[in-house]
Ligand binder design. Structure first.
Ligand SMILES: Nc1ncnc2c1ncn2[C@@H]1O[C@H](COP(=O)(O)OP(=O)(O)OP(=O)(O)O)[C@@H](O)[C@H]1O
Length: 484
């Protein structure tokens, strides 16, 4: 009974508290309405400002406000914060927005408005908040920098708050770090593009590059593959090194070898590995050195400039011919720099001063006949690495058998190894044969038959490229028998 009375008493107390809170809230709202309706905005702003000044005086926190627009253009710091916090926000914010455009590879996350995210930067805790302010009318005086504020109904900004003592670290190191990080995230998420030249001699990059070739599926000798990957790694991580030695951050690769040995496939594997766009430069569509120069200047960073079949796309007068032309005082030749693509124009494109207006550029030339190229074009420093893609080696075949048939050992391997030492067959032909016979009971038997049917061709100067060491050994033994 007592308990009942007590409960009843508690209920009465509870009701009294609720009604008091409700009446305080109602009074506060009434006062707020009166203040906003009857007191001029200038006075309210003045008191707001004073209040904030006072808060700042007692606070040890500093807040940086990063608005979404600077004039008519997007504020890059805001954009970077959006991307950077997207990756952080998924961990700690309560509400995040997800999106993905056709060009994006992955889902992108963005913090939702009024959400807060904390970040730990080298032991310094910072707090980010996405603020949205509704703008009542055009010509917003509170955001004089934001012309778009007059067109939009809301202005967004990030507030970055941290302890004052970390001011220097945040300004000089954290914010640049956020910009860098956002750039990397954006680049990682963007689908690769293949840029080609349009009829106006400009790049068009609408084609999405989605070649599936990777270093895993590329069939070349294991050692060579490792060498290429190591070289690419050294190059992409070499920003400081290139700066230290005073060299532009770019690298040239010459890919040479018979048709169908994987030159284009290697370029695709490189692009996918580095996440670089490809600029496919067909020299026959470029009429002057000037156009060539503009095209190089128009390339973006982190890209591969490809000139395929450089020996046959265009007849490049060599430098001696160019000099002769100029000595003959030929009017046409005088204008040669501007009127056609010359070898010196191309050499400048590869390593002239204006070719250095960018970073992280790779240049790849391909040819079936390396010996036809002017030595100046392929000298060290221009083409830093010469990669010979040859006929299918046994090592490449082993990878192919594993990729296609899932096997790493077979009784026919020895015979195939021997045949590959004698027959010039491209990876393209072998993969074609295996694809054709993939459903057959004995696809390797079919392959052996195919290899036997090929003509036996041998090029002594390339024997070491074609034959694995084991085969070379047995060949030498055979030869020594004949000598005895
Ligand atoms: N080393 C390789 N690894 C994997 N696939 C290869 C290789 N070589 C050739 N291929 C296959 O053969 C086809 C032709 O290869 P690719 O275009 O790369 O050769 P290429 O050397 O550039 O030829 P070309 O000199 O005629 O341009 C491709 O579709 C590819 O799938």
């Amino acid at each position: 009974m007592d308990n009942c009375f007590q409960d009843h008493g508690n209920n009465n107390n509870g009701t009294a508290v609720i009604s008091t809170v409700a009446s305080i809230a109602a009074s506060a709202m009434l006062i707020r309405t009166i203040v906003y309706d009857y007191i001029p905005h200038e006075i309210i702003n003045f008191f707001n400002l004073k209040f904030h000044d006072m808060k700042r005086f007692f606070s040890s926190q500093l807040t940086i406000v990063i608005e979404d627009f600077k004039g008519v253009s997007k504020n890059q710091v805001y954009e970077a914060a959006e991307v950077y916090l997207g990756s952080k926000g998924t961990l700690s914010a309560v509400r995040v927005k997800a999106s993905k455009s056709m060009e994006d590879k992955n889902l992108a996350f963005v913090m939702d408005k009024n959400q807060e995210v904390c970040d730990d930067y080298e032991g310094v805790m910072v707090r980010w908040k996405l603020c949205c302010e509704y703008v009542a009318s055009a010509g917003n005086k509170e955001h004089p920098d934001d012309i778009n504020a007059s067109l939009k109904s809301e202005v967004r900004s990030y507030e970055l708050t941290f302890h004052m003592k970390h001011r220097d670290k945040i300004f000089n190191s954290y914010l640049p770090f956020v910009l860098e990080k956002a750039k990397a995230i954006r680049e990682g998420n963007m689908a690769l593009k293949l840029h080609t030249i349009d009829y106006d001699h400009y790049w068009v990059g609408e084609v999405k590059f989605c070649h599936p070739m990777s270093f895993k599926t590329l069939l070349i000798d294991d050692e060579l593959k490792k060498e290429i990957v190591d070289d690419l790694e050294k190059y992409v991580n070499g920003k400081e090194f290139y700066k230290r030695i005073g060299k532009a951050w770019k690298r040239g690769y010459l890919l040479y070898g018979p048709p169908g040995t994987g030159k284009s496939s290697l370029i695709a594997a490189m692009a996918n590995y580095l996440n670089y766009d490809i600029y496919d430069l067909d020299l026959t569509s470029v009429s002057t050195n000037k156009d060539l120069k503009n095209l190089i200047l128009g390339m973006s960073n982190r890209s591969i400039l490809v000139m395929e079949d450089i020996d046959c796309t265009i007849k490049l007068p060599n430098r001696e011919e160019e000099k002769e032309d100029n000595n003959n005082n030929n009017k046409e030749a005088d204008k040669s720099e501007d009127s056609k693509v010359t070898l010196s124009g191309l050499l400048n494109a590869i390593d002239g001063l204006w070719s250095c207006c960018g970073e992280e550029r790779i240049i790849v030339l391909t040819t079936n006949q390396k010996e036809k190229l002017d030595p100046a074009l392929i000298r060290a420093g221009r083409m830093d690495m010469h990669i010979h893609l040859s006929y299918c080696t046994f090592s490449a075949f082993q990878q192919l058998a594993f990729n296609y048939l899932g096997i790493s050992q077979h009784k026919l391997f020895e015979e195939i190894q021997g045949l590959l030492g004698k027959v010039q067959v491209t990876p393209a032909e072998i993969s074609g044969e295996l694809t054709k016979n993939i459903n057959s009971k004995e696809p390797l038997q079919e392959l052996v038959r195919f290899l036997h049917s090929k003509d036996m061709v041998q090029e002594p100067q390339e024997i070491s490229d074609l034959l694995p060491f084991a085969v070379i050994g047995s060949r030498l033994q055979e030869l020594s028998c004949y000598c005895l």
